[in-house]
Design a protein around this ligand. Structure first.
Ligand code: ATP
Ligand code: ATP
Ligand code: MG
Ligand code: MG
Lengths: 256, 256
């Protein structure tokens, strides 16, 4: 049975997609079977892996709203053991369409159940909101990774996200827990980054990953070539930090 | 009659709130009467001006969903001629609540009509999505400023945002036009920034602001003190670029 992990934070631009693509790629590079689900209408995880979600009918909207079988929506990436369920613009309307659908919070969970046995890990890239799409991801997942940009607004929003996770755990998904808080875009030359790290260490000492993702321009360049950073520039600090994160992610799994 | 300007982009973390706070502050510093409306449940524009939206019942949710008079929701900031309508977490539920309300796209426009004559400019800080909240802002506004981070995903999302603006113009608000595209977090040391600038200049030569906002850590520090950057560090490149933007914004207004 696979482990389903949501990558969520309602704050925009904190590195959710960058983490979703590069953590799943790093795990796939070590021969683990991984599925990445793009649950954001922006479809950045899709284009970041070189897949155009609009080109065909195979996308998450079809499985979530039209109830088509998710296994038909799975496509290949440049890494043999990394598969993707792409997104496209239609998903933007899903928020309103979901409101009046039966079991509206459990639709992604039901869709993923059809394919769970084929993968060791399933990651879900979430949009920047605490909407029904993100709630679907938190219901389908056993754990949440929270990318946290080393900036003030991102830190300010963390409390709200953790309260929402707790609410989903109490009412919809008792098995949900915080897998870890991942510090991203850390710039050791600037005080603000250090202040945020101190603050998070103080309040969430047990949830914070030891691995910290540095600000590294290669992480921003890789998506324009439709490739994860380990295929774009494996020696870059960005690629090395996500490979380290993958090792830490696996070692945490063993400990449980 | 005031000019109402929405600051929108569904891509997260591109500098919407930073632009909303610092452009409105720069205009208020030159004695223009300005109102900033925080339409994001994250309430970053509120906290970035030192206002706690949850502390009282005076917030945009009350005016938008509960139909209370907007003039009761207006509060002071450190700048005499800058006022704010704060946001709070209740707004996160507004998306679902708006779906079944009458005139759901026109509610913000109706609320703002009550106070338009008191301000020369009204800016609306939008959440990172093309949801009903953002549509409300695009219907209430005469113009849209699009902050664009000098990164690949932000550039990729621009086409979709402009298509949405065109749809709103055709169906809901014929007076809506693009005020300008503002390049943000420009880092002259990195190629990606230059590539994005070239690309935007090529496709949207008439809409792009001459002023480019550089990446400047002072812009990230100011919100942790609840102050706009012109009150935090007026000599910083960040503050100077937003003062320049305010001048360019005013000169564009005269030309029309
Ligand atoms: N560590 C990093 N160093 C440099 N650039 C980064 C890093 N992580 C992400 N980026 C870049 O910063 C931008 C924001 O990251 P990303 O899009 O992954 O965030 P997100 O949380 O998924 O955004 P959204 O809220 O819009 O979904 C992107 O352009 C990305 O390429
Ligand atoms: N020019 C800049 N230089 C350095 N940091 C910046 C700059 N502009 C914004 N920031 C910082 O980058 C982060 C993202 O900016 P901001 O929150 O304004 O974007 P946003 O588009 O409003 O995000 P969201 O999509 O979550 O609403 C913030 O932490 C902000 O302080
Ligand atoms: Mg993303
Ligand atoms: Mg914002």
């Amino acid at each position: 049975m696979s482990r389903i992990v949501a990558i969520a934070n309602q704050k925009g631009g904190v590195g959710k997609t960058t983490t979703a693509i590069n953590l799943s790629s790093a795990l796939a590079a070590s021969e683990r079977k991984v599925l990445l689900v793009d649950l954001d209408p922006q479809a950045n995880a899709s284009s970041g892996l070189g897949v155009n979600g609009s080109a065909s009918n195979a996308n998450i909207y079809q499985a979530l709203i039209k109830d088509l079988n998710l296994s038909k929506m799975i496509c290949n990436t440049e890494l043999a053991s990394l598969k993707l369920v792409p997104s496209n613009e239609q998903l933007a309307g899903a928020e309103i369409e979901l409101v009046n659908l039966p079991n509206r919070e459990y639709r992604l969970q039901a869709a993923l159940n059809q394919v769970r046995d084929r993968f060791e890990f399933i990651f879900i890239d979430c949009p920047p909101s605490l909407s029904l799409l993100t709630v679907n991801a938190l219901v389908a997942a056993q754990a949440v990774i929270v990318p946290l940009q080393c900036e003030y607004y991102a830190l300010e929003g963390l409390g709200r996200l953790l309260r929402t996770v707790k609410l989903v755990k109490e009412r919809l998904n008792p098995g949900l827990r915080i897998e870890g808080i991942l510090l991203t875009m850390f710039d050791r030359r600037n005080n603000l980054s250090w202040q945020v790290v101190e603050e998070v260490k103080k309040h969430f000492p047990n949830q914070i990953y030891r691995t910290v993702i540095p600000r590294n321009v290669r992480l921003g360049e890789a998506p324009s070539f439709g490739r994860p950073v380990i295929l774009y520039d494996i020696n870059s600090p960005g690629a090395q930090s996500y490979l380290e994160l993958a090792r830490e992610f696996l070692s945490r799994k063993e400990k449980r």
